[in-house]
Design a binder for this molecule. Structure first.
Ligand SMILES: Cc1cc2nc3c(=O)[nH]c(=O)nc-3n(C[C@H](O)[C@H](O)[C@H](O)COP(=O)(O)OP(=O)(O)OC[C@H]3O[C@@H](n4cnc5c(N)ncnc54)[C@H](O)[C@@H]3O)c2cc1C
Length: 386
């Protein structure tokens, strides 16, 4: 939606149509996430993720402020609980500095306790610019602004086919056929499928990973002041359960990451056999699983066993117990995977004639959405206007 907003702002004379298969916006990743305004500390300096996240976080805070959307720049602590993690904590701090973040500092256990009295660790990286908001509200506002400028959002319109003509592209949907001169595919969990519908080879397959949360019961929410994260494994920065005090004040713990049995499979029981077969028949999936099966087993264990989930959380917050946690929501990540089993790390935008495919926009894409919109429109300006 950030892309649509940017197009309407930059080219108000153009007629833009946003097609959405659900009956409203933000029903999937953008409305089922942790609500964190990421600072950009994790990402490789110079990568699109790093650049668009750092600028995007500032733009998101400003957008929320301008439009009265609840948000808070509450900061977060990344806590090392094992000596092995100390060098990685230092590296993370260096990365953050290289990415231009202000105010980063590494603190010892006493100062950590001043910030997060219940957290326990050897050392912690304090990241002051991290914040929280509600991205479902952000998307609602994007939709309002897009409509106010005069563009159309057509909901309950699932794209079912794309035909490329010499002058026009025909987009077949459950609401009829729409003709357009150019098209941008921002279909999240189905971006690879839309690319195939357009006759392109996306070169990746989207594998859906469900992230499950527990909520701290309200009487124990005071265990967490803001955000408490573990030191990430550089190979899987999105793994590692953590605590987030959401903008609503609710504290959640998680998410983990397990293979979802449907692309929009928010529960264990949501199964789509065709989509599951698609994941399981993909060579890249087995190559990735073969190399990382230990992580996979750990994630499934934490998914099926609450006590295993609680043990992972207790590394950061020893006081937390199973009785403090109740099952919370879940989200499904669209993870682009190459045939050789490599996870596509950076954002990936692939032009194909008068179509642009947004094939990989994982976290922190909600944070960076305004800047992703600008980057994509910069890339596609000629395609859109000619
Ligand atoms: C569990 C989880 C936690 C996360 N936490 C954070 C966080 O704290 N901070 C952060 O910055 N990022 C976070 N992210 C990442 C962020 O939410 C996503 O990267 C971002 O929302 C992706 O936006 P999108 O528009 O590409 O995808 P989506 O929001 O999934 O939107 C794609 C849209 O395309 C529509 N669509 C699909 N197929 C069709 C079709 N055939 N026809 C018509 N419409 C179609 C879908 O219905 C959907 O509305 C998280 C993600 C997850 C899953």
């Amino acid at each position: 939606m950030g892309v649509a907003l940017e197009i309407t702002r930059r080219f108000p004379h153009l007629r833009l149509l946003l097609l959405e298969k659900e009956d409203g916006v933000a029903r999937h990743q953008s409305g089922h996430n942790s609500g964190v305004i990421h600072s950009g500390v994790y990402y490789k300096p110079g990568s699109l993720k790093a650049r668009l996240c750092v600028a995007g976080a500032a733009a998101m805070v400003e957008f929320c402020r301008q439009h009265g959307i609840p948000h808070a720049v509450c900061g977060k602590v990344i806590v090392a609980t094992h000596p092995d993690e100390l060098p990685r904590l230092e590296q993370l701090c260096e990365r953050g500095v290289a990415n231009g973040l202000a105010g980063l500092r590494i603190v010892g256990p006493e100062e950590l306790r001043e910030l997060e009295p219940q957290a326990s660790g050897m050392r912690a990286l304090v990241v002051p610019s991290t914040g929280v908001t509600d991205y479902a509200l952000v998307c609602q506002k994007y939709a309002e602004l897009i409509s106010a400028i005069g563009s159309d959002i057509v909901t309950s319109a699932r794209v079912t086919g794309i035909r490329r003509g010499s002058a026009e592209i025909a987009v077949e949907t459950t609401q009829g056929v729409f003709l357009t001169s150019s098209l941008i595919n921002c279909a999240g969990l189905y971006s690879d499928r839309i690319s195939q519908m357009a006759g392109d080879d996306p070169g990746i397959t989207i594998i859906p990973f469900r992230g499950e949360y527990y909520d701290l019961i309200p009487e124990r929410a005071s265990l967490v002041r803001a955000l408490i994260y573990p030191v990430p494994d550089p190979r899987f920065p999105f793994l590692g359960v953590h605590f987030t005090r959401r903008i609503s004040g609710k504290v959640d713990a998680g998410p983990n990451a397990v293979l979802a049995l449907a692309r929009e499979g928010y529960r264990h029981t949501d199964i789509n056999l065709r989509e599951l077969a698609g994941s399981l028949s993909y060579s890249g999936f087995w190559r990735m699983a073969g190399r990382n099966w230990k992580y996979g087993v750990g994630e499934w264990h934490r998914s099926l066993s609450k006590s295993a989930f609680v043990r992972a959380l207790q590394r950061l917050l020893p006081q937390v117990s199973g009785g403090d946690l109740v099952p919370g929501g879940s989200g499904v990540r669209a993870q682009a995977l190459k045939p050789d089993g490599t996870l596509v790390d950076d954002f990936q935008f692939v032009p194909s004639g008068k179509i642009l495919h947004v094939l990989n926009v994982p976290s922190p894409a909600a944070t960076a959405s305004l800047m992703i919109g600008k980057a994509i429109v910069d890339m596609a300006a000629e395609m859109i206007t000619t």
